[in-house]
Design a protein around this ligand. Sequence first.
Ligand code: SF4
Ligand code: F3S
Length: 104
Amino acid sequence: PYVVTDDCIKCKYTDCVEVCPVDCFYEGENMLVIHPDECIDCGVCEPECPAEAIVPDTDDRATKWLELNRDYATKWPNITRKKDALPDADEWKGKSGKLDLLSP
Ligand code: SF4
Ligand code: F3S
């Protein structure tokens, strides 16, 4: 599957949800996650993210985020429609190490 990394935190552009053919994105307050058992690995969401927050699970960056995606995908509600990005999204874009800022 593909996974959302902490690059999404405080950005949440939501362009990704519009293209997912199986609607497997789930929404937290300041981050989205992908349900790894529902993702069909199509890859169309990856280039849609302005923050480059989505990676395949074969990426080195993915390992540490896979369980986080699985965990929150069962707790957060499904999201299928694009909405406005978070207000300071452009300022937070490209910043790494944002896990401490996650609002569960
Ligand atoms: Fe959805 Fe495809 Fe992205 Fe998986 S890779 S989350 S199925 S758009
Ligand atoms: Fe997050 Fe990128 Fe989607 S910032 S909400 S993974 S478009």
